[in-house]
Design a protein around this ligand. Structure first.
Ligand code: PXG
Length: 457
């Protein structure tokens, strides 16, 4: 591709350091160590500016579900840009792609979710939900129902309301969050919080933490509970099977809206269209993003029930929206992306072929001296590194065992994230069995090198 600059890697890195502020980056470190520059990608492989080929075990940032290099998506974007690159959806105007897409989303999302409100990111979708839910309870004549209950280690985005919904203490500290009206309870994270309980017992205990919080606050003050079906950025926390049915029961008992954040779990990641399908969750509101366009363009949506839509309809203008709500090019790409997922049976493939195969291959790592637990569903997985496999004691975070392993992954041509000392992965849904072998073999090499570094091998 033609570029203005024909620079060396060193020159790109310098220019990046000079003017580009990155998200979630330590600027002092970046000024010294710079960034790896990714130049192109195809299938499940990235290429960097030095020509290294890297297996992308993270699907970009949990999003390139149909993989890289899909000409079909570029062609659709080109065609839509030539026909109508932009028009807004405010004030009773519309364009065709968001209309078509809303119909498709109503079909593929869980039963009862029939309406789509568009935004461009998961954070915006969650901010939209906060606005919708507060307005909803005002219209219902219950203006005290305002507080959101979420979980520690939850990730719902980085805008002020989305970060308040999130349960990341580091993010809260930097911006004096959470805002008033956001409460957090224990996540269904058996490995760390389960103690002597079986996972099933602990699932019920973690759900009871939600009920206890509702009782403490008073159900008349609680608006909604939000949870990712599987907590992604929190390090792929897969709840015990007892958890979600109990959460569903509690939300119904106390008349609390249930929000399933499907930004990561949606569009086939778990081997079902949505994580809610796997856990049989019946949400009132559902943010989606990432896999909606496989990351080819920014797009998100909030899916809602008839009840939410009809209630908002009694409140006059819903005074909320973004210039790019229902962007025609992004919506056209989303339609083509969903078409690819259907045509190539990617959800079914993850469910009964590549998902179980990844699980089998990862299970082989469980006897590794560094590995405490492997968590896995479909093509989302994590490897919890532990100091003591028997007692589930974790490493001292200051040792940076996870980040060390992540660097060894990079050296071995694999992108795998480290969250605390948990290695997380979510490869593109098109990954083949051979590529899964390559992923797991490279992960094992990185684990071995890390074990040597820390003297446990
Ligand atoms: N909800 C969930 C469940 C997410 O995972 C968002 C909302 C926010 O989406 P936007 O599009 O505003 O980023 C996310 C985003 C990580 C990582 O380090 C995870 C996300 C984003 C960036 C990094 O795991 N998830």
């Amino acid at each position: 591709m033609e570029r203005t600059h024909n620079w060396t890697t060193e020159q790109w890195v310098k220019a990046d350091q000079a003017h580009h502020m990155h998200p979630f980056t330590d600027y002092a470190d970046h000024a010294v160590n710079g960034s790896r520059i990714i130049t192109e990608a195809d299938g499940v492989f990235l290429t960097d500016s030095d020509g290294n080929k890297i297996l992308d075990g993270m699907a970009g940032l949990w999003c390139t579900n149909v993989g890289y290099g899909r000409k079909e998506l570029a062609d659709v974007a080109h065609k839509q840009m030539m026909q109508l690159p932009f028009y807004n959806t405010f004030f009773n105007t519309s364009t065709m792609p968001p209309i078509e897409l809303a119909g498709v989303l109503a079909e593929i999302t869980p039963e009862g979710l029939n309406h789509a409100f568009y935004a461009s990111s998961g954070s915006e979708a969650n901010d939209t939900i906060v606005r919708m839910v507060r307005h909803y309870w005002n219209i219902k004549g219950k203006p005290n129902k305002k507080t959101f209950i979420s979980r520690e280690y939850a990730y719902h985005g980085t805008t002020m309301a989305a970060a308040s919904l999130g349960g990341m203490s580091g993010m809260h500290r930097q911006a004096d969050l959470p805002l008033p009206g956001f409460e957090h309870v224990m996540p269904p994270y058996w490995y760390v919080f389960g103690g002597d309980m079986s996972p099933e017992e602990f699932g019920l205990a973690a759900a009871k933490a939600v009920e206890d919080k509702i009782v403490e606050l008073g159900a008349d003050n609680v608006a909604a509970f939000i949870g990712e079906p599987i907590q992604g950025a929190g390090a792929v926390i897969i709840p015990p099977e007892t958890y979600w049915p109990e959460i569903q029961r509690i939300c119904e008992k106390y008349d609390i809206l249930l929000i399933a954040d499907e930004v990561i779990c949606g569009f086939g990641r778990t081997g079902n269209w949505f994580g809610s399908d796997h856990f049989n969750i019946k949400p009132d509101l559902m943010p989606i993003a990432k896999g909606l366009t496989s990351g080819y363009l920014p797009l998100s949506a909030v899916m809602t029930t008839d009840d939410v839509k009809e209630t908002l309809g009694r409140g006059g203008d819903f005074e909320h929206g973004f210039t790019y709500s229902g962007h025609p090019v992004a919506c056209a790409v989303a339609l083509a992306n969903i078409e690819i997922i259907k045509r190539e049976n990617l959800v079914e493939k993850v469910h009964s072929d590549t998902g179980p195969y990844l699980g089998e291959r990862l299970a082989e790592l469980e006897d590794h001296p560094l590995v405490g637990e492997v968590r896995h569903l479909g093509l989302i997985a994590s490897i919890e590194l532990a100091k003591n496999k028997e007692t589930r004691e974790l490493f001292d975070p200051s040792l940076s065992v996870g980040p060390t392993c992540k660097n060894h992954c990079s050296d071995n041509g694999l992108v795998m994230r480290a969250t605390r000392d948990v290695m997380v992965m979510s490869p593109p849904l098109i990954i083949s069995r051979d590529e899964i072998d390559m992923l797991v073999d490279r992960a094992r090499k990185a684990l071995d090198a890390t074990a040597v570094d820390f003297g446990v091998m």
